[in-house]
Design a protein around this ligand. Structure first.
Ligand SMILES: [Zn+2]
Length: 512
């Protein structure tokens, strides 16, 4: 029966062959083998809690919600880094940054790295399994110079409005004689600078706001789109950020919502084209982000801390229609991470990944059981990390059972900082419990410290096996994109005090 189900799914025997509630099984190798092709949509800088699907109160994303109703929605997915390059490298390789070697250190001159030579990328793996591979990305922190293109037959790198990226993607997917494919779409549409179309500006910003950012925006919106995307809007976008009022910050945040609403219309173009064509019966569509965004939630802008608004990301998996009808949809609350995406995709398409050395795990059991009661995944510790200049300063965090411990160390002055949060009682991460000697804090502090130490050691061992990452060329085009994103010579990460320290959390007056 199982073989029959799998075969029918591959060749499409029609819809009358499953009884309600029947669930297709994973075969003996742990492969679902139900999925012909995979489309991975990476919406850069999209924090989960700005989507209605994740509880947001504003209508930013009706189309993502519509996708979510037919998909498996992971409500507790986290990125391995709050920065584009290391996070995508983890997404593409199922390795942590300490092992794959890609870190972001921006400043007056950006420092870029190449993937460690021993890393097996998802695209290499799927290509070897006979799939056609293509990526339509936006460059900047995601370039061929960094080795991010490894395994892709087509690597198309242009920083432009998301609609242009969608055009290219759909042209490739719907080319005649296209075989089984793995395609990636990546866009900086909701990344700063936030310049949504006028219609979305009007829908999401307060018309009474008359601050300096309004006139600045108006002048930017006068520019031809290509100029705006090619560097005409860049570092000066953040001028005066140290003096922004609450109203200014609200305006920026509203613009971000407007960008999401525009992005959502383009997501609709993609999913409608794929799901209403024949591809809908064979293609899995996975929607994800590489990190979130901060609007002074914890004292800064953009993304260079490890708080939840920066590492909690959407992860939505729409299976081919047949699996959806068989019950592969619903909500999974178990904590998962971006390193789990590659093993999941490999499992879905039946590409055995047991010899890859990947650090993540397949989420297929959770996809299969999402509509049911079973807790198909055991909770595992989640790790996320961040390296920033000056120093450099290295942050590492572990999250387990609703507790979050963050360790920071700055190399040049050899100073250490620590934070401990109980996300169950303090989801906003305001009360640093690291010095609390009452309640569960001491025990959790000890336990999470040990987990993080073991994590760091494991990364070092893995890195020794995978080999040294090299430094990557930063060409003119990449540099322009980095400038436009606000990383070069401008307000890198919105650092307010120049110390690079995490902000916005204090020791509580009383420990719980
Ligand atoms: Zn990013």
């Amino acid at each position: 029966l199982v073989v029959g189900l799998l075969w029918c799914a591959l060749i499409g025997c029609g819809s009358g062959d499953a009884t309600p509630g029947e669930v297709a099984s994973i075969d003996e190798q742990g492969n679902a083998e139900e999925v012909g092709s995979v489309l991975l949509i990476s919406l850069d800088t999209l924090r989960a809690d700005r989507l209605e699907l994740y509880g947001y109160h504003r209508p930013t994303s009706p189309n993502v919600s519509a996708l979510g109703r037919r998909a498996v929605v992971f409500t507790n997915a986290r990125a391995q880094a709050p920065q584009t390059a290391p996070s995508h490298a983890s997404l593409f390789t199922s390795e942590y940054a300490g092992a794959h070697g890609i870190i972001n250190v921006h400043g007056t001159a950006p420092e870029m790295h190449t993937l460690a030579p021993g890393v097996r990328t998802l695209a290499e793996h799927l290509s070897a399994a006979g799939m056609e591979t293509a990526a339509f990305v936006s460059g900047g922190n995601l370039t061929r110079h960094m080795g991010m293109d490894r395994g892709f037959d087509v690597w198309d790198e242009v920083n432009e409005d998301v609609s242009g990226r969608v055009d290219q993607l759909l042209r490739w997917i719907f080319a005649p004689d296209r075989g089984r494919f793995f395609a990636v779409l990546h866009t900086y549409q909701v990344h700063a600078p936030y310049l949504p179309p006028r219609e979305m500006v009007d829908r999401f910003t307060d018309p009474m706001y008359r601050g300096p950012l309004r006139s600045r925006l108006d002048s930017y919106l006068e520019l031809p789109a290509e100029e705006a995307w090619q560097g005409a809007v860049g570092p000066d976008y953040w001028d005066g950020m140290l003096d922004y009022t609450e109203a200014d910050v609200r305006f920026l945040s509203d613009l971000y919502d407007g960008e999401i609403a525009y992005l959502d219309t383009q997501v609709r173009r993609v999913i409608e084209a794929v799901l209403t064509s024949d591809l809908g019966s064979t293609t899995a569509v996975i929607l994800v982000s590489d990190h979130g965004e901060e609007f002074r939630d914890h004292g800064k802008y953009q993304h260079d801390q490890l708080y939840e608004e920066l590492v909690h990301v959407p992860l939505v998996v729409k299976l081919p229609h047949r699996l959806e009808r068989l019950g592969w949809k619903g909500v999974v609350e178990t904590p998962v991470q971006l390193i789990d995406v590659a093993p999941t995709i490999a499992d879905l398409v039946g590409a055995d990944w047991s010899d890859t050395g990947w650090e993540g795990r397949s989420l297929v059991p959770a996809l299969e059981a999402a509509g049911g009661e079973a807790a198909a995944l055991r909770a595992r510790p989640v790790f996320t990390e961040l390296t920033i200049g000056p120093g450099p300063k290295k942050y590492r965090a572990v999250i387990v059972d609703g507790w979050k411990y963050i360790h920071a160390w700055q190399a040049d002055i050899d100073v250490t900082w620590e934070w401990l949060f109980n996300l169950n009682t303090d989801p906003g991460e305001r009360r640093n419990l690291i010095r609390c000697e009452e309640g569960q804090a001491p025990l959790q502090r000890q336990r999470l410290r040990e987990l993080l130490t073991a994590f760091a050691e494991a990364n070092d061992s893995k890195a020794a096996v995978l080999g040294q990452a090299g430094s990557a060329e930063v060409d003119e085009a990449s540099l322009r994109v980095l400038q436009q994103l606000g990383y070069v010579g401008g307000a890198d990460g919105g650092v307010l005090d120049g110390s690079g320290a995490m902000q916005g959390a204090t020791d509580p007056v009383e420990c719980p």
